[in-house]
Design a protein around this ligand. Structure first.
Ligand code: ADP
Ligand code: MG
Length: 605
């Protein structure tokens, strides 16, 4: 019998290993930029073509490599960063497995030029699918430039597995941002298809965060700081009122390296408990400094997961550090989430003619009495009548300060009550609107109703008529991160149809020159940001872009569940609601209103 065990040729072994290290352009980008940082660079430029599928070039001003190292670095387990197993436990640099470049070179065409400071000449290496094509002296700037072309050119299965350019670019930007946040002292630039995506100057952490995520991030974060003999925590947390509905800016770094840590994420989330609404995600940029001996970095090949030896202690330490930060900046006690998104005027639909309500409302009917000729009920009777037991939907306290009510119960006793020809509305808990209709009692959810009205209105604008927009008093500058900026570019025409005039103002910034008529100046950016968040939050599945945007905008512009409405406002809202094509449906498959038929109500007594 002949032997059947072969040693795999290096090229094949490298290709297999590559699968572990290089899953997509973003992972190659990350490895190369981390190498540049390890080489002491303080200026790094990243150039992508086709989301990194065609080209990822990383240019640094670091230490460079000698002629021999320039060849050696593409060998597997070639590393300058550890030489003994015990070094693994004292690791502070990024790479250490010595497989990144070997893996990348196994699955792409690499051109490298590198020169050390002291040397006249540098070295150029071309290597394709692990095969060295050339290795020769070249003249080049100090530092290292590595171009990775046509990733997976020789592994079609993997190349086909890559996602659309949008998705792959998103991954590249994610990796870039993580590295950029962790290294505010390094000039970092990212270009995609010759257009700048990020050009980040040297600065402190806060300046870096603002440079990446936009100008008003400045007001959105507060520092967090805590230290024991074994661990140091620093960074920033988002003020609770800016918590996002989508998992957005959540960053942990351990000794300068981005990590995921669901357990510690939970510690932050619970520190925010009660301060943010259900389903919202806090923003944080939290750095841990620990003795490398206290962590195990190597449990995952892409190194975004690490183990703390004492995770439990760190959990409670972190949690109290976050709470302390709230205390210090007295964020906690003054929060009122419900007013956060409030827009004061419930805008009536912009279409000139409001069709007649499709539900028949008897204007002379008063919900306050079963029989119009009866006396107005006393306040005590009121409370009884509307007690939570009678109406499962009406809870606890009733807002009895409805205009008109006090007057009727005090002065207009007897027959004179309520002869008003206006329909009466009762606002309950600043959230529900109760009114009588011919067949029963109707309870409207004010926020959902308003969203329905706005939605149909916006759909009309998007699909048919374009409304006027009003010039802003002061043009607002809107700073965004790169992926949100490209989304705004994509939606620009639709925004215009909704009344927003948004023009580009350089990399990832926009000027808002015009807004829908009744949007107050101070709410412009907030509204746009909320809309974008809501839009991203919806699955792109079946809904058209128009529907998604109209829904997002309706949700971000609607009145809150904690807004006192006047009789007129309630009237307008009800009228507008019944002018809708689908007045009873909210935007998420639920209801905007409930009707209790009188016969059902009578049975309850
Ligand atoms: P690791 O980073 O784990 O050591 P890599 O395959 O990423 O393994 O890199 C191999 C070696 O190549 C590094 O240890 C380093 O000595 C050298 N190297 C890689 N990139 C650079 C660079 N941009 N500048 C200087 N040296 C580099
Ligand atoms: Mg490396």
């Amino acid at each position: 019998m002949s032997d059947i065990i072969n040693l795999l040729p290096d090229a094949v072994a490298n290709q297999i290993a590559a699968g572990e290290v290089v899953q997509r352009p973003a992972s190659a980008l990350k490895e190369m930029v981390e190498n540049a940082i390890d080489a002491g660079a303080d200026e790094i430029q990243i150039i992508l073509k086709d989301a990194g599928k065609a080209l990822i070039r990383v240019v640094d001003n670091g230490a460079g490599m000698s002629e021999a190292d320039a060849r050696m670095c593409f060998e597997r387990h070639a590393t300058s960063k550890i030489s003994e197993a015990k070094d693994l436990f004292a690791l502070r640099s990024f790479g250490f497995r010595g497989e990144a470049l070997a893996s990348i070179a196994a699955v792409s065409q690499v051109e490298m030029k590198t020169r050390q400071k002291s040397r006249e000449l540098g070295t150029g290496v071309i290597i394709e699918g692990s095969k060295v094509i050339s290795h020769e002296p070249v003249s080049c700037p100090e530092g290292t430039s590595i171009a990775v072309k046509n990733l997976f050119f020789n592994v079609p299965a993997r190349r086909n597995f890559l996602k659309s350019n949008n998705v792959e670019l998103r991954h590249c930007i994610d990796e870039f941002q993580r590295i950029a946040i962790a290294n505010p002292g390094i000039v970092l630039e990212l270009f995609h298809n010759d257009r700048p995506v990020f050009q980040l100057k040297k600065g402190n952490l806060k300046q870096r965060i603002v440079a990446i995520f936009g100008g008003n991030f400045d007001e959105k974060i507060v520092p967090v700081e805590a230290e024991t003999s074994r661990i140091k925590i620093s960074g920033f947390i988002g003020k609770p009122q800016y918590a996002k509905k989508t998992k957005g800016e959540q960053y942990f770094f351990v000794n300068g390296r981005f990590i995921r840590h669901p357990y510690l994420n939970h510690a932050v989330q619970t520190a925010f408990e009660d301060l943010i609404p259900d389903g919202a995600f806090p923003t944080y940029f939290i750095f841990f400094e620990v003795d490398p001996a206290d962590i195990d970095v190597n449990i995952h090949p892409t190194k975004t997961e690490i183990n703390f030896l004492d995770a439990k202690l760190i959990y409670s330490f972190l949690r109290s550090a976050v709470k302390q930060a709230f205390g210090k900046f007295s964020i906690a006690p003054t929060i009122d989430f419900n007013t956060e998104q409030t827009i004061n005027i419930p805008p009536p639909p912009r279409s000139a003619n409001i069709p007649a309500p499709s539900v028949n409302i008897d204007p002379s009917y008063s919900p306050f009495s079963n029989n119009r000729d009866e006396e107005a009920p006393s306040q005590a009777n009121w409370e009884k009548m509307f007690s939570p037991d009678s109406f499962p939907g009406v809870q606890q306290q009733i807002d009895i300060s409805v205009p008109g009510l006090d007057a009727t119960s005090q002065e207009d006793t007897g027959e004179s009550h309520p002869k008003t020809s206006e329909q009466l509305f009762l606002q309950v808990q600043n959230r529900f609107i109760l009114t009588g209709i011919k067949s029963g009692l109707m309870l409207i959810d004010q926020r959902k109703a308003h969203q329905r009205v706005l939605y149909e209105n916006f759909m009309e604008n998007l699909e048919n008529a374009t409304p006027g927009s009003q010039k802003t008093l002061f043009p607002e500058t809107w700073h965004l991160n790169a992926s949100d900026a490209s989304l705004v570019n994509e939606l620009n025409e639709q925004f215009l149809r909704l009344g927003f005039e948004i023009s580009s103002a350089g990399a990832n910034s926009f000027i808002v020159n015009g807004v829908p008529a009744d949007l107050p100046q101070e709410l412009i950016l907030q509204t746009l940001e909320n809309t974008l968040e809501q839009y991203k939050n919806q699955s792109s599945g079946s809904s058209s872009r128009h529907k998604r945007l109209a829904k997002a905008m309706a949700k971000s512009m609607s009145i809150s569940n904690n807004k006192t409405l006047s009789q007129e406002e309630m009237q307008t809202l009800a009228n507008s609601l019944f002018a809708c094509a689908a007045p009873e449906s909210d935007l998420d498959g639920g209801k905007t209103l409930i009707i209790w038929p009188f016969d059902k109500l009578a049975e309850m007594f």
